[in-house]
Each structure stands twice: as C-alpha cells, then as structure tokens.
Write a protein that binds this ligand. Structure first.
Ligand code: AFP
Length: 327
C-alpha cells in the first residue's frame, strides 16, 4: 500500500511542492470531517455575505477558505495565496518559493443538498524572494504550474494530483487518515459518448456550441451516428472526476447571459489546475478553440469558457467553432 506521504518522499523533485501539498491535503481531512457532520456541525446555510464574484458565501465556503489560509500562512514555502473567496491575493512568507491558488469549496451550492463538493488547488513558482507577493505575481499561464489537484468530498474523499507527467488518484482511508494510492497513471479515452453541460443556458450560447449540442441530442439519428448520455454534477470537481474515471466531455461555454463574464469558471484556480490534470491524463482543455494552459492571465479572478475531456471530442468542438468562424 503506497500512501501520499510515501509517494511524495519517493517521487517529487521539489520538496517544497511536496510540503505544500501535504499542508493542503491535511486541511482536506478537516474539511472532509466537517462535511461528514453536515447539519450537525452548524456549518450549513449562508454565511450572510458575498465574495468578489458577487456570490452568496456559504458558511463552509468561508470556513474552508480560512482553514486553508491559516495552514498555508504557516508553511515557510508558501509566499502567497489567492482564493476564489478573497478579493486580493494574500502575502504569506516572503522567502517562500511557491504561490498557492485555490477554490476552497467548489460546488458549494451542493452543500445543503448533500451532494459532491471539492477543493481545487494550483501551485505556481514565486520569483521575488524577500518581497511580499502581490496579485501580479500570480498572473502566470497555466503551463507554469508546478503541481495541481483537487480533493473530492463525495461518497468517499479522494485526491487527484499531478506533480510530474502522471495523474495520480488517492482515496482517504477514514480509519488510518492516510491518502492511499489507487491509480498512478490515470488515462482518459480519446473518444466518449458522455457530456456534461448546463443545458438551461442554451439560448445564451454561440451558434457552434448550439450546433454541437443539437448534434449530440440527435444521437444516432443525426450526423454523429451514435447516442450520447449527459451528466451534470453542478460541481466542476465532480464532473472532472467522472471524466478522469471514465472519459467524457465537460463544458461551461461562453454565453451572453452576462456581457461582463466570458464564462462562469475562473481561469486561475478552476480551469488551469483542472486543465493540467486533464492534459496529463491524455485529454485536452480549451476555451473552445485555444489551449487553456497557454492563456496569459490579466486578473486573478478572470473567467474563461471551458471545454475539456476526451481529446477527440474536444477537437470536434474546436473544428465546429473554426468552421463557423470561416463562414
Ligand atoms: P458554486 O461553487 O457556486 O456552486 O459553482 C460551482 C461552479 O463554479 C462549478 O463548479 C460548476 O461546474 C458550475 O459552477 C455550475 O454552474 P451552474 O450552477 O450554472 O450549473
């Protein structure tokens, strides 16, 4: 049996990255325990305020954010933290070599209905040792990430992690408190017949995305010649986990619902870490056309359309968009 601690001791080239991953996953155990208590821990419901996204914060959003913030502030390798729940990045240890970004509780609207939620994290290099980190230090493309992963608080608590060319899957043993390695080279099939999208936004999508979904719904009676199935967890971490387990396509596409937003998902602490996992598992991740990991960020909270998963299906979506663009 290989645990996360064993794996990190034996495999990671960068001990600072290993140490920060350990800090994050230890907090994940606490969040998992709180979720297991649910209503009995007085953690459900609204916190009574909104984050920079203008979203109502759940009690556990704030609690998870504060637990991660406090733990990382005490890790000497962490020079700063950026969170979905904080307006600006927070400096930590100026001599640290790493920056950490996270969505502390992705899918938090699922908490009160006892559905899957998760923590998504991304680790970037910090170059200005001795200086307090600032927002601008975090504005690095996703291809600069040193590590990325998520904790999924589902029927069991699982950790997906990439620190090198592979994607690892661990399961938290609630008895021992160990993250036990269950897969050391996750791979996604290039083709799929399963897709995830919130179809209620159909009227707001651009024409190629409407055409793509119309084709999937037409199934074997249409140009795709086979039937498709749909799933929607309403927590990106749950949909991405399903794709890492059995393939599929997930998209939260560009929509015209809110002209100020390119899409709903955030680039720095949702799309980038998930895209690194998906690509290293043999899939693809784009904004419908461009590789997400190559996007040069301009704001720590910027949003991006997302199409990710089985690479041949992601490529099909890109082809449709290119065909429409050339008309
Ligand atoms: P919450 O964290 O506010 O629940 O949003 C989750 C999320 O950012 C992402 O994890 C889901 O894929 C997506 O939003 C669900 O969005 P819809 O509620 O519009 O379906």
């Amino acid at each position: 049996m290989t645990t996360l601690t064993h794996y990190l001791n034996d495999h990671t080239a960068n001990p600072a990255v290993s140490d920060v991953i350990t800090t994050i996953t230890e907090v994940g155990k606490t969040i998992s325990q709180l979720l297991r208590k649910g209503a009995l821990a007085d953690i459900l419901g609204e916190a009574g305020n909104q984050n920079i996204q203008g979203e109502d914060q759940k009690k556990l959003d704030v609690l998870a954010n504060d637990l991660l913030l406090d733990a990382l502030a005490q890790n000497s390798h962490c020079a700063g933290v950026a969170s979905e729940e904080l307006d600006n990045a927070t400096p930590a240890n100026a001599d640290g070599s790493l920056l950490v970004l996270f969505d502390p509780l992705d899918g938090s609207s699922n908490i009160d209905i006892n559905m899957a939620v998760g923590t998504i994290f991304s680790i970037l290099p910090y170059q200005r040792q001795g200086e307090d980190s600032e927002n601008e230090d975090f504005l690095q493309a996703g291809n600069q990430q040193l590590a990325a992963g998520y904790l999924l608080y589902g029927t069991s608590t699982m950790l997906a992690l990439t620190v090198d060319d592979n994607v690892l899957m661990f399961s938290l043993d609630p008895d021992s408190g160990d993250y036990v390695l269950i897969e050391d080279k996750v791979q996604i099939d290039a083709d799929t017949s399963e897709y995830a999208i919130n179809g209620s936004n159909y009227r707001y999508w651009c024409a190629p995305m409407q055409q793509y979904i119309d084709e999937l719904i037409a199934g074997k009676d249409g140009v795709r010649g086979r039937n498709f199935n749909t799933r929607w967890v309403a927590a990106m971490v749950g949909d991405v986990h399903r794709i890492l387990c059995r393939g599929g396509l997930f998209t939260y596409p560009f929509d015209t619902k809110d002209a100020k937003k390119a899409g709903k998902l955030r680039l720095m602490y949702e799309a980038n870490p998930m895209s690194l996992l998906i690509e290293r598992a043999g899939g693809s991740a784009t904004d419908a056309v461009n590789r997400i990991l190559d996007i040069e960020p301009t704001d720590i909270h910027q949003r991006v359309p997302v199409v990710l998963g089985s690479k041949n299906e992601v490529s099909y979506v890109k082809d449709l968009h290119m065909q429409h663009a050339s008309k």
